[in-house]
Design a binder for this molecule. Structure first.
Ligand code: AMP
Length: 210
């Protein structure tokens, strides 16, 4: 099975596509952001150490990130979608020494569209299901379709932290486009299209059956 890296500014739909591939093709979806947020929610010692970076929209230092990746690779090293890792050249080099990557998918989206999408993003406080008031609104205004839980904004989805994440994406994550291009692994996807169109583009490019 393939190992995939998903690159893209927050709000570019990486998580949505990863969940579709997980459901339809049996990939294992590893979202670094989710993993870190769940540590914060459970107030683990890792969660307490990283919360200040997360809330400001800063990258969490590698001394916390690398052991998490090592642990994931101990139990599973095939058929993984890495969503949100690597985010720097240093992380990509760390990864390259440990696991083969078949494709790096770059979800290409303008900053202003990303900003609009992120400010409209909501998540269920109870089951974590994500919504977007513009693109994927809940049926019952204000509550989760799955469990009726309250929909809230992520605590890093405020204007200042969103802008910080966009800046970091350009400074630190965009160089990964060249990194994977040089290794002939880059697939660029136009991320302003509808989710099903993006999905179709994606599976054609990485040669998966529908
Ligand atoms: P995301 O859910 O992808 O939007 O990530 C949310 C936050 O988690 C980011 O703003 C960072 O603070 C942190 N984070 C996620 N992935 C990484 C990573 N690979 N390296 C460092 N920090 C990360």
């Amino acid at each position: 099975m393939l190992n995939l890296v998903f690159l893209g500014i927050q709000g570019s739909g990486k998580g949505t596509q990863a969940r579709l591939l997980e459901k339809r093709h049996g990939f294992k979806h590893i979202s670094m952001g989710e993993l870190l947020r769940s540590n914060m929610k459970k107030r683990t010692s890792l969660g307490q150490s990283i919360s200040k970076y997360m809330l400001r929209g800063e990258l969490v230092p590698d001394e916390y990130i690398f052991p998490l990746i090592e642990k994931i690779l101990q139990s599973d090293a095939r058929g993984i979608i890495f969503d949100g890792f690597p985010r720097t050249i240093k992380q990509a080099e760390f990864m390259e020494e440990r696991i083969p990557v078949n494709y790096a998918i770059f979800f290409d989206l303008d900053d202003d569209i990303a900003m609009k999408r992120l400010t409209a993003r909501r998540v269920c406080r109870n089951c974590n299901q994500d919504y977007n008031l513009l693109l994927k609104p809940p049926k019952d205004n204000g509550n989760c379709d799955n469990c009726g839980g309250e929909l809230v904004q992520r605590n890093d989805d405020h204007q200042e932290a969103i802008q910080r994440r966009i800046d970091i994406f350009h400074e630190q994550t965009k160089p990964l486009i060249d990194f994977f291009q040089e290794r002939d692994k880059l697939v660029r996807i136009e991320a302003s299209a509808k989710p099903e169109e993006i999905y179709n583009q994606l599976i054609n490019r990485i040669k998966l059956q529908k």
